[in-house]
Each structure stands twice: as C-alpha cells, then as structure tokens.
Write a protein that binds this ligand. Structure first.
Ligand code: UD1
Length: 448
C-alpha cells in the first residue's frame, strides 16, 4: 500500500506560491527527453539584444518565468519585443526611452543587472536597482563595479540603486579576483562598445559566457578567447542585428540525468552538448551509472545498479556546477556508504537539506560540507522548494521516494524549468501540478 503523510493544503498568500507538484514516486524514469535552451545564456543574450538599433531575433529561448520577466524589463525601458513563437523573440532596442531598470525586475531576477552592462555600453549611462542577497547567498557585485570603473565609468551606489555613467568607455586590463559569470558577462557587454582593447583575466569559462560572446560577435563585436580564462575584446563603434539560437541548458540536462540515476532509470537527454556535461557525467560514472555519449545526446543507465558514494566539490566551469549540487546530493543520499559534497561558490546552498531529511535522508552539514550517509530509500513527505535548483532536487527525491511527495513553492522551479512535470511524465513519472486541495486528494486516491 502507498504510504503518505496527511496532506494539509494551507492557503498561500501569493498566487505564485499556490501551485504544487504532487508526485507518486518509486518508479524508474525511462525514455527520451528534449532539453530546452539555456536560461542563463538566454537572460544575458536578451539583455545584449538592445545594444543595437537593428532588430535581433533570438531562437531556442526556454519558455520559463525568468525569461518572461527579462523580456518584460526590456519592454519597460522602451524596447519592442514580439514573440514569433513561444521559443523565439524579436527584439528592437531603437526606441529605448529609459536607462533605468526598476526594482520590480531585479527582485524577481538578479540577472536583470545585465542591462547595466548593455545600457552602459550602448548609451554610456545606466541605472539599475541594486540586487540584494538571495536564498543561496549574499552575492556581492563588487567585481561588476570594478570592471565598469576600469573601463572609465563612474559608478555610484546609494538609495537602492547602482548608477554607472561615462563620457566615453575606454578599453582596459581587468583582473577578476574571483571567477564570476555575471561580472565577466557584464564587463564583456560594456567593453564590446568601448574604445580600444579590453582584456579580462581570470574570466569565467562557463558555456553561457561563450554563448554571449558568440552572440555579440554575430552582432559585429570583436571578442576572442571566451571559454578560456583570458578574454580579449576590441571595442567596435556599433553593433548590428542578428539571428541567433541559444545553446541547450546544461543544468536542465544534468537535472534529468540525476533523476535517471536516483530512480534507477534509463534516460536519454537529447539536444545537448555532451562536452558541457562532462563534470556531471564524471560524477555519475563514479556513482556507478553507465553513461553513453552521442553527438547531441547523453544516455544515463542506472537500471538494476547499486549507487556508490563519492566526493564532490562545486567549482567554476569546467568544475562541477554549483547549480547541480542539490540534485547530486539527492543521488548520493541513496548511495551505499558515505559521501561528501563541498559547496565552494555560494555560502547558503544547503537550505534544502532539512527538507530532504523529512524524506528520510541522512545528511549532516558542517560549514560548507554536507556529509551524506546513504539510505536505502526516501519516503514521501510534504516539502517546500527553497530555491530553483533545490526545488528540482526535491522533485527528484520525490520521484525516487516510496509514497506521495508534495512539493510546495514550485514557483521557484518554474523560474528555470520549462514544462518540468510534462517532460517528467514523458519519462513515465507520476506527477501532477495542482493548486487545489480537492484535486490533490483526488490525485492521491487515484494513484494509491
Ligand atoms: C551565475 C548563474 C547561477 C550560478 C552561478 C555560478 C546566471 C543568471 N546565474 O550567477 O545560476 O549558480 O553563476 O555558476 O547565470 N562574486 C563576488 N563579487 C561579484 C560577483 C560574484 O564576490 O561581483 C562571487 C559570488 O558571491 C559567488 C562567486 O563569485 O561566490 C560566483 O558568482 P557568479 O559567477 O558571479 O554568479 P552569478 O553570475 O551571480
């Protein structure tokens, strides 16, 4: 018989927190899943699209909440945005009438600070509400500011705003004290339209940094070395229109790979660049899964296999991504033995561990290290998604668990996963997105 906690649906105060995933776990995932475009690449590319007065068409955008918010931020400053279909946007930034991005956007997506680099590059002036910390850490932006200043901008922060302006931007030599995706991309955008040559040292090498550089180059920028730790940019006077397709989302792909591993399934993730998944692949191999790589797909076979413990440390690319840390922890929570997961990027990224413990996981967090003693199985419970990736990890735990799991606050998950439950159902999962107590009870009765 299926066991489950008594499900009490508490009225949520915000509409966005009402929906929940209800999962009946315990069955392996099997089949093929198509991966959407990379959210984090798309957010920066959308911001960069306003750097020309020509029209830019961007394809393979994931249909997720963060992207819709970013497109809304563009419209708010006067850009025109039209959707050709749900994955393709046509953007024209020739009628920008405000160089100021409201707190409304920055509080929903930190990445709206990319408009700082884009507007500063194009108009030599920009103002964006200061992003605060967030669920996973304090997340300072000192390196973005250091970069803009090095390019000759005056940058002020105060009254909840960050303002940057320059009479002209001049290329410079910038060393980033810490590898930062956001700072690398923001500086890259401003430097693309600066006078002369800029060198960014200790640059982030993430696939989305390369994608943004490729996008800007397709608009006429002169950027070399993206994907290595030294990026060289020769500023150009202006950029032109382009048509561009965003790379596949390595984090979404990895999430499905971990879901296959945790449920003992056999899943082929399609439309991916296997090279971007090497760290994930390496750790799943160590954990005992079989991995088969194809040109644009990766298959994870975990059927009838024992999971082994291993050690993981999150690092900048090509290291193991911090955005895959919670999903990996869920897999190791089912391994036979003790694993450690060290989080070296964000200081507050183990908040989901308490929720996972409610599902039977045995994890002790000491400072930035999670010590995981594998358990035979998780058990279904009611849990809350504390942030985007941890939310996805709890869904994976629910898929692997015995019984019914209800994941609340799935608003976070919807920020970054397109049709998550639909794709999971395509792999045989029993999962529904529901927002009504009666519907939840009906679902439980049906699947029990
Ligand atoms: C991006 C991703 C996020 C991912 C992270 C690390 C987007 C929209 N988000 O976030 O999903 O988890 O990369 O791969 O692409 N730091 C500073 N000063 C700065 C900037 C960063 O100290 O000015 C620190 C951060 O606090 C963190 C580290 O540098 O400890 C890396 O952060 P960063 O790479 O900048 O992350 P984001 O770009 O914010």
């Amino acid at each position: 018989m299926v066991k489950y906690e008594t499900i009490v649906v508490v009225c949520a105060t915000k509409e966005e927190t009402m929906e929940q995933f209800v999962i009946k776990g315990g069955s392996p995932l099997n089949g093929r899943v198509d991966i959407s475009g990379a959210k984090n690449a798309a957010l920066a590319i959308i911001a960069a699209a306003i750097m020309t007065d020509d029209t830019v068409t961007i394809d393979n955008l994931p249909d997720v909440r963060d992207i819709r918010v970013m497109l809304g931020a563009l419209e708010d400053i006067g850009a025109s945005v039209s959707m050709v279909d749900k994955h393709t946007a046509r953007i024209n930034g020739s009628h920008i009438n405000a160089l100021s991005v409201d707190y409304e956007y920055i509080k929903k997506i930190r990445a709206s600070y990319y408009l700082l680099g884009a507007l500063l590059g194009k108009y030599k002036k920009a103002e964006v509400a200061l992003p605060g910390g967030c669920a996973i850490g304090s997340r300072p932006i000192d390196l973005h500011i250091k970069g803009f200043k090095a390019l000759g901008a005056t940058v002020d922060t105060g009254y909840g705003l960050i303002s940057a302006r320059a009479t002209e931007l001049v290329g410079s030599h910038i060393y980033l004290d810490k590898v930062s995706v956001g700072a690398t991309i923001n500086i890259l955008m401003a430097a693309a339209l600066a006078e002369g040559k800029t060198v960014i040292e200790n640059a982030a090498k993430e696939p989305h940094v390369v994608d943004v550089a490729n996008f800007l180059n397709s608009m006429g920028a002169n950027i070399r070395g993206a994907g290595t730790d030294v990026i060289r940019i020769v500023g150009v006077p202006s950029l032109h229109g382009t048509e561009y397709s965003v790379i596949p989302d390595q984090i979404e792909a990895g999430t499905f790979m971990f879901a296959a591993a945790a449920t003992g399934g056999d899943v082929t993730v399609c439309n991916v660049i296997p090279k971007h998944l090497e760290a994930t692949t390496a750790k799943l191999l160590e954990a005992g899964c079989e991995i088969l790589e194809y040109d644009d797909a990766v298959r994870v076979v975990a059927t009838d296999r024992k999971l082994f413990p291993t050690q993981v440390t999150t690092l900048p690319y090509p290291g193991f991504p911090t955005d895959m840390q919670p999903q990996m922890t869920v897999v190791l929570g089912l391994a036979e033995g003790t694993s450690t997961v060290t989080e070296s990027i964000f200081e507050n990224r183990f908040k989901y561990v308490g929720e996972l413990a409610r599902m039977g996981a045995s994890i002790k967090v000491e400072s930035n290290i999670a010590i995981i003693t594998g358990v035979e199985k998780y058990t279904g419970a009611r849990v809350s998604a504390p942030d985007l990736r941890a939310g996805a990890a709890l869904v994976i735990a629910g898929l692997a668990a015995d019984g019914i799991t209800v994941v609340d606050d799935i608003y976070f998950i919807q920020r970054g996963y397109e049709d998550f439950e639909v794709k999971l159902r395509g792999l045989g999962a029993t999962i529904e997105k529901l927002d009504d107590d009666r519907e939840v009870q009906k679902f439980i009765l049906k699947v029990s």
